[in-house]
Design a protein around this ligand. Structure first.
Ligand code: SF4
Ligand code: FE
Length: 491
């Protein structure tokens, strides 16, 4: 069954997810003006799956059931699937200009599928069978699942078991005949409130001393003992203003992050996919991170497309679209954005099958992809701000533009004065100019900047995490040998 966006939103109403924001419990979080745009972004992942022109990108045939599933719930069966994943993410970025949140689950599914297979091979456990059963449940119900990896981590110089507070990493507090009880939290959880389920993974490689922390499991988002604290975003309270529209920049769509707390949550055994196999924590982390670093070569490129479009429109609206330096800046933005896309496509094209049969991306190229994402959107934003002009941060409120308060000597209203002095080229109305400027403000500095800027830096691992992988995968020794062979050094 493929849900529509509307059916997805209605399905959230059946959950009793516990959400806190601004010091209070939010009962109707689905219709809350601060949260709703992020739900609309996820709804787009459901709606586009029903659009025949996107069927090839948005849907796939499940290798588990043979049924058509949303690609966000698909286990990649080929390099073609990996490429389509990136294209789908670019499309969604273009349609929402924000984070659409469903990728973390997709990336977790694929990492879990191959890792559980390999744990079972070594230990004779039955995690793979459990995970396949869980995956069928997710596919059949077209769920969105939050792939939850990042622990709060406390003192970064200490391992999980060395922390003064044992809850700095999610861990098993009790093993029972019927399941386990877990405790801890996951931070920066993208789309957590909007997800039906949470699929939890460890966040770092572990040693035997950390084995209580080597745990992976799935729980419903409204499981007893589970609650979430919403992460606020720059300019978020604008969404609470009456008739909020123009000043929001992107009134309909947004992203979402939250702290997810597991306050002694019980997990039955059939939903546990790793329990104390500490030597596989690193594999799960590396595979999930690899997929998610590939993802950024799609989603951020899609958002970049909209930012570039907004900069080009501003050039038209300001009457500077013929200036050669403006044209060149747009070329530079395109060059940077398409370079990110090249990386996303390249690490997909160089993918390979895992022992379980689903496809993994090329790890080195995926890390190069994400490393570029930590830089290029910043430069794209700098150029967009350059072209847009300072008005994107100095413009009066839309309520001033709409005000009929008489302020001029000739009886001109506040609104008339604003429209007179903030008019641009004749190709646009003042309101159109306002809208695009506010869009850029939102994308570069406001609520959407969470997704386009800081998430580009820290999401899927901060820059140093990629550099560690690049060091591991870069194979400098073989490069030394190349030069030795050419210049005739034998030692
Ligand atoms: Fe998907 Fe990108 Fe958001 Fe990650 S940051 S969930 S890849 S849209
Ligand atoms: Fe992310």
């Amino acid at each position: 069954m493929l849900m529509t966006g509307e059916q997805y939103i209605e399905s959230l109403r059946k959950l009793k997810t516990r959400v806190y924001m601004f010091g209070e419990k939010v009962d109707n979080w689905i219709d809350h003006p601060i949260i709703r745009p992020s739900i609309n972004s996820v709804a787009m992942t459901y709606d586009l799956a029903h659009d025949p022109q996107y069927a090839d990108l948005m849907t796939a045939k499940s290798n588990l059931t043979g049924e058509t599933v949303n690609r966000f719930n698909h286990l990649h069966q080929s390099t073609d699937d990996l490429r389509k994943k990136v294209k789908m993410q670019r499309l969604l970025g273009q349609k929402t200009a924000s984070c659409f949140q469903r990728c973390v689950g997709m990336d977790a599914f694929n990492a879990e599928y191959s890792t559980t297979f390999e744990i079972d091979k070594k230990y004779g456990t039955n995690y793979y069978e459990r995970f396949v059963k869980y995956m069928k449940f997710v596919q059949e119900n077209d769920l969105i699942v939050d792939g939850a990896m990042t622990d709060p981590k406390g003192d970064r110089g200490k391992s999980p078991s060395q922390q003064s507070d044992p809850d700095m990493f999610v861990h098993v507090v009790e093993k029972r005949d019927d399941g386990i009880t877990v405790r801890g939290a996951k931070a920066h959880q993208t789309g957590s409130i909007n997800s039906h389920e949470h699929l939890v993974m460890p966040t770092i490689s572990m040693t035997e001393a950390d084995k209580a922390y080597a745990v992976s499991f799935a729980v419903p988002s409204d499981a007893e003992g589970l609650f979430m604290i919403y992460g606020r975003q720059s300019c978020d309270t604008r969404k609470l203003e009456p008739n909020a529209d123009v000043d929001l920049g992107n009134a309909k769509y947004g992203g979402q992050e939250a702290l997810v707390v597991f306050d002694n949550v019980f997990v039955p055994w059939d939903r546990v996919f790793m329990c104390e196999e500490w030597d596989f924590a690193g594999m799960l982390v590396e595979r999930f991170a690899g997929y998610h670093r590939q993802s950024y070569g799609g989603c951020k490129v899609g958002v970049g497309d909209v930012v570039i479009g907004a900069a080009a429109l501003m050039a038209d609206y300001n009457g500077v679209n013929k200036a050669s330096h403006v044209k060149d800046k747009l070329i530079e933005m395109t060059h940077l954005n398409e370079t990110l896309y090249c990386c996303g496509i390249a690490c997909s094209a160089e993918g390979y099958p895992t022992e379980a049969g689903n496809y993994q991306i090329d790890l080195l190229l995926a890390n190069i992809c994400k490393q570029n994402v930590t830089r290029f959107p910043y430069e794209i934003v700098r150029l967009a701000e350059d072209i847009a002009g300072g008005l994107m941060v100095t413009m009066p409120a839309d309520s001033d533009f709409k005000s009929d308060l008489p302020v001029g000597r000739g009886g001109e209203t506040l609104g008339e004065i604003c429209h007179k002095y903030f008019a641009g080229s004749s190709v646009c109305t003042t309101e159109e100019r306002q809208r695009v400027l506010r869009f850029l403000e939102n994308a570069c500095l406001g609520t959407a900047a969470v997704g386009y800027r800081t998430e580009s830096l820290h999401g899927a691992g901060s820059p140093q995490a990629q550099r560690i992988m690049i060091a591991r995968q870069g194979n400098i020794e073989s490069k030394k040998q190349l030069v030795k062979d050419i210049v005739g050094i034998k030692s």
